[in-house]
Every structure is written in C-alpha cells, then in structure tokens.
Ligand binder design. Structure first.
Ligand SMILES: [Zn+2]
Length: 295
C-alpha cells in the first residue's frame, strides 16, 4: 500500500515536475527586427539590440538560465554584452544580473529597483541571496535615460507606480521596437505588485504611455508572452479599463473585498482567455480592489 502511494506520487507529480524543470532551461530566440531579438523561456522576456558596438540587453531572467542565455547570444554575435537594463526588480527579470555583471556588463535600472534590492538584502532569510551586491544596478535614473548604441536611439523612461514603483519602458526608436517589461502581460491578466509600490491606476497609465509612443508598425515586447502590436495593446487597455471601472463601481456600492473576489460578473467575458494558472481572475479582481482601496 505504502509503496503504491509513493509510486503514484512519483508518477503523478515528481517525474512530470522534474521533466518540466529540465525542459524549462530552454531558451528560444526570436528575431524581431534586423537588430532586435527577443529571448523567450522561463521568466521575463529578454530584449537584445545587437550590432557593431556589442549587445544591449533588457532583463536577465533567472540565475540558472544564464549559461543558456549566453549560449543563445553567442549564436547571434561574437560581440560582448555591454549594458543590461532591468525593467523592474522581480527575480524572473533580474536573477541573472550577477552572472552578467561578472562579465563586466554594466547594470542599469530605475532608482527604486536598486533601493528595493538593498532593502531585500537587509531582510533576514534566504532573500538575501536573491540580490548579491554584484547583482545591483551600478547606474540608476529617476525619470529617463538615453543610450546611443549600435546606431540606435534608445529611450528608457520610468512610469510611476505601475507593476511596481521601479518600472521602465525601453523604446528602440530607430528600430521602432518597445519593450514594456511587466507593465504589459499581453493577453493575460497582469500581476500588480502592490507591496512593491505598484497600483492598478499607474498600471493603466503605463499601458497608455506605451500606446502613446507606439504606432501601427511598432513591435511591442511584453514582459511575458509573445511579441505584440499597438492594436493588441489598445484592446488590452480596453479590457483592463472595463474591469477596473466595474470594481470601482462595486466599491462605491459598498462591496467588500470578499464580494469583489467572488463576483465573477465583474470580469466574466474576459476570464476564459485572460486568466491563467499564475494570475487567476479572482486574484486579479482582488489586486484591483486592494489597489483602489490602498490596502
Ligand atoms: Zn514582474
């Protein structure tokens, strides 16, 4: 009996989990334009601008993926990575920072990314290992910063209190490619990290800021999921706005957090496509409620 339970457990959970964990070391390279690439795999989408000056990189996924990421980059170019921009502090976008900093790559991010990493360093427990000193940005900015690299005008700008309080959008003006980090989840409900200074209203403003600089031919790299367009971004804004307005009305009617979480009618027509195993509809409704009521 005991053996059968253990065997079932192995068969049902452990073996598929191990297989999945192994498969998830894969990195897939997508060429977005002549100079811009997107590296897909576990964690946030990496953006690369590749040219004569070297590689300009956006986000670094998880630590254990660095060898696979470096291999993917080497298959595109022999030139070294010179700069690594973090769109925000989350570990699925910054986990590889140390491994790239060890290669003399300059890490750049918004002021609050560095501040929050330092704060997490001071927290007792295993979080300390998340952000070793070498992983910290060595250049930070408060509003925006420009790079002129690979004959590309690269404009990086901060958006206030959106997914976190340290978000940056990266616009490759010459190539007309916009990397939005986790201020855009493309087709899925977003995670709004209220505890790291995110807010649903700031998130909507960030989406609108992205839409404002994009045109019909702009390629938009979201923090997660496939390459997108302005048309899709505008449709996404509509959906999120609709849900936010409904939750606002529910709050004005005196509905409690539990009632908003339970009320499927607030988002029902979007749930089948927008909900996923990470951000379920009820989880998103809860984060909208919490953000709007400043909890
Ligand atoms: Zn994130």
């Amino acid at each position: 009996m005991k053996f059968s339970i253990v065997a079932k457990f192995l068969l049902l959970f452990l073996i598929p989990f191990l297989a999945l964990a192994q498969a998830k070391k894969d990195i897939t390279t997508h060429q977005v334009t002549e100079k811009i690439y997107m590296l897909e795999g576990r964690g946030g989408n990496i953006g690369l601008c590749v040219g004569e000056d070297g590689v300009f990189m956006i986000d670094s996924k998880f630590k254990d993926l660095s060898p696979a990421i470096k291999k993917a980059i080497r298959s595109i170019t022999d030139k070294p990575v010179k700069f690594l921009i973090n769109t925000h502090l989350h570990g699925d976008h910054t986990g590889g920072n140390e491994n790239f900093a060890n290669d003399e790559v300059v890490v750049v991010a918004h002021d609050n990314v560095r501040k929050r990493m330092l704060l997490l360093q001071s927290v007792k427990g295993n979080k300390k290992d998340l952000f070793p000193s070498k992983a910290l940005p060595v250049v930070t900015f408060s509003e925006n910063i420009n790079f002129y690299f690979n004959n590309e005008d690269i404009h990086i700008f901060h958006v206030n209190n959106a997914h976190t309080d340290g978000d940056a959008l990266v616009f490759f003006k010459t190539s007309n490619v916009l990397h939005m980090g986790d201020t855009y989840f493309r087709g899925k409900y977003p995670y709004i990290d209220v505890n790291s200074g995110g807010s649903v209203e700031g998130y909507l403003n960030a989406l609108k800021a992205g839409a404002a600089i994009a045109n019909d031919t702009t390629k938009i790299i979201p923090g997660h999921n496939e390459v997108s367009s302005k048309k899709e971004l505008l449709a996404y804004i509509q959906k999120i706005t609709t849900i936010v307005e409904r939750v606002k009305n529910a709050i004005n009617e005196g509905k409690t957090e539990a009632e908003v979480i339970d009320d499927e009618s607030l988002s029902e027509e979007f749930d089948a496509t927008m909900g996923d195993r990470f951000i379920k509809p009820e989880f998103f409704r809860r984060s909208v409620y919490k953000s709007l009521t400043n909890q």
